[in-house]
Ligand binder design. Sequence first.
Ligand code: NAD
Length: 332
Amino acid sequence: MSRLLVTGGAGFIGSNFVHHVIAHTDHTVTVLDKLTYAGNEASLAGLPEDRVRLVVGDIADAAVVDPLVAEADAVVHYAAESHNDNSLHDPRPFLDTNIIGTYTLLEAARRHDVRFHHISTDEVYGDLELDDPARFTESTPYNPSSPYSSTKAGSDLLVRAWVRSFGVRATISNCSNNYGPYQHVEKFIPRQITNVLRGVRPKLYGTGENVRDWIHADDHSSAVLTILDKGEIGETYLIGADGEKDNKSVVELILQITGNPTDAYDLVTDRPGHDLRYAIDSTKLRTELGWKPTYGDFESGLAATIDWYRENEAWWAPTKDGVEAFYASKGQ
Ligand SMILES: NC(=O)c1ccc[n+]([C@@H]2O[C@H](COP(=O)([O-])OP(=O)(O)OC[C@H]3O[C@@H](n4cnc5c(N)ncnc54)[C@H](O)[C@@H]3O)[C@@H](O)[C@H]2O)c1
């Protein structure tokens, strides 16, 4: 049995990971989360109190971080400012959390010789042309587009340097776009689902041709546990489930599953610098560590996610109006 320190465990993917760990292992979990607008204590509701503890604090605060890292067997680092659109309007918190926060955690892991796993994104690789057959691999050069992805790229490079320079026992994973329960309604899929559930037409950036490679958050969690268990120190693993879909198809599928006409959506102004296509080749993780996703079928995973938002309006309703007012002020 291990003691995991999960940063950002009250956010979307971090909370899915905590639920996954409690369901599938004997580990105990301390969540360190600042509870920014993106964190929600309610995402941890119902978990056993003797195995999950929430500490509210900032990963950039060494006085908070140090004792928590010291008592852990492993740190799983999810905490980040994660929303591209926000990073275009105010990049500063992205530097504070994604760069200084990661640095602060790495220094504590170094001091106490604690195993460290860093969660990152495929957005560090930039984007691919729509008609390019290539997919990202672990050797694709970094080419981030936004303040969000550039700070994530910077944090990945810090982890690599702390492995090489100081012998920190760290691994990195870069995952494609996640969907599933507990995702903030500012993000593409939950925003469109909750619009449809409220009888509002979904909004699609540009022409909707941008392609994302979708993976269910629970599959991301099983991949991270696999890397913690069997990953080689210093290595990077790409996580993906072969789920490429253009945004227009995703909106049409949401409309179809909820029984609406598939053309009942509106086009809105595109985001500046909007990446065209992401696609992950996860061969290394599958062949070297034997991982595979369980949600093979995007449509059934999406239908389950829609059911979750239908049944958990109390979780998302308090943030919905504020998010829509923000997008409306940007014409989106
Ligand atoms: N969402 C995706 O599709 C996706 C894909 C690949 C990788 N990732 C990565 O996964 C991680 C989690 O993403 P997410 O979508 O769950 O994000 P999220 O925004 O839903 O959650 C982030 C969490 O971190 C917390 N946090 C933010 N700043 C903090 C700080 N300074 N100290 C402590 N806690 C802080 C927030 O309160 C929140 O609970 C991020 O590192 C992100 O880059 C996300």
